[in-house]
Design a protein around this ligand. Structure first.
Ligand SMILES: [Zn+2]
Length: 583
């Protein structure tokens, strides 16, 4: 049965009649013993106090029947990906307790923040028809004292009040069920999968997802239209190598100062700011590859974004990263001092497995480890390095991570470090300056991603000196070879290795085109390819029906000038507009 809230008067007549035929039920029993367990705080607690006062004012009555199962199964859901929660979502995300609707007075239901959750759960689980049945059941139970007193005096008044209460509930049901709809009129669309841009496309968004993408389409009546007819619209960018908790570290002194002089709370505040910068530059998703001594603060930043507390990209977090004892800063301090470490020190195969479990327990989406250090060129012209973990340790990290469903990223710059990481079975190679033909062939064959982070290499090389400028040059030589060999290249910048306020991450696109990609290839390297790397291939990375409404726009044509991507004018994430300078 399709219920049309607020319209079907005969339905209310019937319902009110059905309620009033059983007068002996009107004082209704209460489950006083269950109440304190079900509700504990806020408005729910207030409701409960009222209920208990009501019970204590009467002789003990029989317990209320068990509530309908459909309401017990209503799920508590959090808004995904940082969309500013709607009223309904905010209510559901803050109410962690579950209780059946039938335990609430009808008048209380209309005021409680719990109501949207029940209605959403009910409509999803059992449909409107069974909801009506449950409401009928619910109204046989006590309404508020006021209603009852009025009802005893005047049955007509009671009928009217019950009908009004039900009408309110039905209206809320309709409100909660309708997702917000908006349309984008795109002058030019680079959807992330087509070989060339599409002209004059209408993108309809419902809630946080794309509902349809139609060339030459017109917006449905009553739907708000965002006019991007003079812009190029693209999928939101994805950076697969960032450090939101770091503010640039050209020199060791800069790095050490952040770990020694800044508290983790202070660094987390800066991280929230950095996340906002990333989003305003068009990055709607990032993989943050370790906190550099800030423990699990990346998980907190991710949670604050996902809960809509601060604006930022969707995040996957790697937490602390791993290196063997003494093989990652801070180093060189007196042994009398206990200084923080930029990673979790991990030794032995048992230690490796335990560290993976520990990081996963505290929220790691990815496991990252440092495969090598001390990069140097040898007579063969190849960039070599000192490998950190034994093969057994590295394999234990990867095996344990994969066993519990986590993927592994390896920092690997020299050829020895890259080879060791490939032997261990990692999923992504970070930096990879020292790739050789043989290593590239193996990566292409096994579908292992290369995340080049050219931006940071170019940024730190002059300041660091030594081998760094030569390493950056080697990476430039390797880049076109990797494209030719079919290595999957996913955009990653190492933002945080450079100051977030100084460089725009989208500069990485510019390097990829300089190094041999077509603009369209570079755009895919920063959208659809990293979406697959993150395991979000079916949710992000392209503009098509069913995917998250993560959409950006620039005013020029990035296929003619890739630098346009460094000047994003419009950002939508999860259907919510965070920036629009195209008005
Ligand atoms: Zn990094």
């Amino acid at each position: 049965m399709q219920v049309q809230a607020g319209r079907d008067r005969s339905f209310y007549k019937w319902l009110a009649k059905a309620v009033l035929t059983e007068n002996d039920q009107r004082d209704g029993p209460l489950d006083a013993r269950a109440a304190p367990r079900v509700f504990s705080h806020g408005i729910a607690g207030w409701i409960n106090k009222r209920r208990l006062a009501h019970v204590r004012s009467k002789p003990m009555q029989r317990l209320m029947p068990v509530a309908p199962q459909d309401f017990r199964h209503a799920e508590t859901s959090f808004p995904q990906g940082g969309k500013t929660p709607s009223k309904c979502e905010a209510a559901s995300s803050t109410s962690v307790h579950r209780a059946p609707l039938a335990e609430l007075h009808v008048a209380d239901v209309s005021r409680s923040p719990l109501h949207c959750r029940y209605l959403r759960g009910a409509s999803r689980d059992s449909g409107s028809a069974s909801l009506v049945g449950h409401l009928q059941q619910a109204t046989k139970l006590p309404v508020s004292d006021t209603l009852l007193r009025l009802g005893r005096r005047n049955s007509l008044m009671r009928r009217l009040l019950i009908a009004f209460g039900l009408s309110l509930v039905m209206s809320m049901l309709a409100f909660c069920q309708t997702p917000h709809r908006v349309a984008i009129l795109a002058g030019k669309l680079i959807d992330g999968k087509s070989d060339k841009p599409l002209e004059n496309v209408l993108i309809v968004i419902e809630g946080d997802k794309i509902a349809s993408v139609v060339a030459g389409g017109s917006a449905p009546a009553g739907v708000e239209v965002i006019d991007l007819s003079k812009a190029t619209v693209l999928p939101g960018f994805i950076d697969t190598h960032t450090h939101v908790l770091l503010q640039g570290d050209i020199t060791a002194e800069e790095y050490d100062a952040q770990l020694l002089k800044e508290s983790i709370p202070y660094r987390a505040i800066l991280a929230a700011r950095n996340a906002q910068i990333a989003l305003s530059h068009g990055f709607t998703a990032i993989r943050d590859l370790e906190t550099e001594g800030a423990m699990y603060a990346d998980v907190d930043v991710k949670m604050a974004i996902a809960n809509g507390e601060v604006p930022g990209p969707r995040m996957q977090a790697a937490t602390r990263a791993m290196a063997p004892t003494g093989m990652y800063p801070l180093l060189g301090y007196s042994w009398e001092l206990k200084v923080p470490s930029g990673v979790q020190y991990v030794d032995g195969t048992d230690g490796a497995r335990k560290a993976v479990r520990e990081q996963a327990m505290y929220g790691a989406d990815w496991i990252k480890y440092y495969s090598d250090r001390r990069y140097h060129f040898e007579a063969d012209g190849v960039l070599h390095s000192m490998v950190n973990f034994t093969d057994e340790e590295a394999k234990a990290i990867v095996d344990e991570a994969h066993r519990i469903g986590k993927k592994v990223a390896a920092h690997a710059i020299g050829s020895d470090g890259i080879a060791a990481a490939l032997r261990a079975g990692v999923d992504t190679i970070e930096h990879g300056d020292g790739l050789t033909d043989a290593l590239m062939d193996e990566m292409a064959k096994r579908g292992i991603y290369w995340v080049p982070t050219v931006t940071v290499g170019m940024y730190v090389a002059p300041g660091r000196g030594g081998n760094w400028p030569k390493m950056a040059e080697l990476q430039r030589e390797n880049f076109p070879k990797a494209i030719k060999k079919g290595v999957k290249i996913a955009l990653g910048t190492d933002a945080g290795g450079f100051d977030w306020k100084v460089l725009n991450q989208a500069k990485e696109f510019e390097y990829y085109v300089q190094y041999g990609m077509t603009p369209l290839q570079a755009i895919r390297a920063g959208t659809s390819v990293p979406a697959e790397l993150l395991g979000w291939g079916d949710k992000a990375g392209t503009i098509e029906a069913g995917k998250w409404a993560d959409i950006v726009a620039v005013s020029g044509d990035p296929l003619k000038n890739i630098k346009e991507l460094e000047n994003v004018k419009f950002v939508m994430k999860g259907g919510f507009v965070y920036k629009n300078e195209m008005r």
